[in-house]
Write a new protein. Sequence first.
Length: 110
Amino acid sequence: MLPVKIKEDAFYNAITLRIWAEGNDYTVDGNGKVVAGSKNRLRRWSEYWTFIRNRGAKEAPARADLNCPNCGAPLKVNATGICEFLRRQDNFRRFRLGASKIEQDESYAG
């Protein structure tokens, strides 16, 4: 990974990382026949992942307790900061850093 852009505005902090990876990249049709790419040849690529968080976010407090502070259920907060048991947004969102955009190498414009 390589940081390529850091941006702040009135509401958010954002960081864009260029991430390199490799894997089998192929497409199959409805019958399982490979119609593009290869199941056997590794393909290398890079993508640009942008992560954002609320500008007012502070360092997340250390948590020894892995239960929801609102309902007491085992802590299970989804990517939008919603407790999966209560189905409502929790305070954890203000600490979260989330992926907001993933761009392919050939389409990234900086």
